[in-house]
Design a protein around this ligand. Structure first.
Ligand code: SF4
Length: 289
């Protein structure tokens, strides 16, 4: 098994076998992201990918979950996906989940029939990070998709039987659009109605366009109470029908978990306790990207 560059995967895929079918991200423009900066997007040669899967299958026959990297692997064509999913099924007899990162544009670019074909071939979950539901924030982040694009993508994915894990980003609107960011993100979560929901906290990474905006005084990250207030708004106002919620990513100040809608009051109370200093925040030294 061979990997090129840094390989990223969601926290919930920590125990998954990661196969790198693409290198980089075909969008690669989000202002806060340095994951694949300077990396030219490409699909790895299929023979190499299949060799890796075969080797992994011999070494780890008990694999149940596979994550297909890199940053928006859904962009691959359907034939390539079907070949890969078939190889994964052959290599791992206990396989029950295959996931990848996807942009709204990746989903919209595929037909309903194609998405259903991928689900039938074994793809089960898409990780989509709109980060915000606020149109102005999405535009400033150069996210490449609008509120409605993300709603349309979610509807298409669900219609094909795919599960969704939606990622939101506290602080993405800066101080200036903090309130709109939180409220519109809550509304987007309601509309996308994901099975899984995660909130990460924006970290300004040196070398990114966002860092340059900070340097020029054009972007200011909300303080910790401001970030927690955004989280409170998202939890309080979003109405997913049944979502497992997590803030277990290392970037967050308060690790929370629960089911929405059942645990809404408990989660909001925990955020209020953090805001009033009753429960400790994760120290800066323990936070990570
Ligand atoms: S789509 Fe994801 S991986 Fe690609 S640039 Fe944006 S945040 Fe980074």
């Amino acid at each position: 098994m061979r990997y090129e560059g840094k390989v990223y995967r969601p926290p919930s895929e920590a125990r998954s076998y990661v196969v790198q079918a693409t290198i980089g991200c075909s969008h690669n423009l989000c202002t806060y992201c340095d994951m694949y900066r300077g990396v030219d997007f490409r699909e790895r040669a299929m023979e190499e990918v299949l060799e890796d899967v075969a080797v992994a299958g011999r070494l780890y026959a008990d694999v149940e979950k596979v994550f297909v990297a890199d940053g928006d692997a859904l962009v691959m064509g359907v034939q390539r996906w079907v070949t890969l999913l078939g190889a994964l099924k052959d290599a791992f007899p206990l396989l029950r989940q295959v996931g990848c990162y996807a942009t709204a544009g990746n989903v919209i670019a595929k037909t309903d029939v194609e998405l259903t074909l991928l689900r039938e071939a074994g793809l089960t979950i898409l990780y989509i990070g709109p980060e915000s539901g606020d149109g102005e924030t999405l535009r400033r982040l150069v996210k490449g998709g609008t509120f409605q694009d993300h709603v349309d993508a979610a509807k298409k994915a669900h219609a094909a039987g795919l599960q969704l894990s939606v990622i939101t980003l506290l602080g993405a609107g800066g101080v200036e659009r903090s309130r709109e960011h939180a409220r519109e993100t809550a509304r987007l979560v309601t509309e996308m109605d994901p099975e899984y929901l995660a909130s990460l906290t924006l970290t300004i990474i040196p070398g990114t366009p966002l860092q340059r905006m900070v340097d020029k005084g054009r972007f200011e990250l909300p303080d910790v109470p401001g970030l927690l207030t955004e989280l409170r708004t998202i939890i309080d106002e979003a109405r997913p029908s049944a979502a497992l919620f997590r803030t277990n990513h290392a970037s967050n100040y308060v690790p929370l978990g629960g089911s929405l809608p059942q645990d809404r009051e408990r989660l909001v109370a925990a955020i209020d306790a953090a805001l009033s200093g009753e429960i400790p925040l994760r120290p800066e030294s323990m936070r990570g990207l």
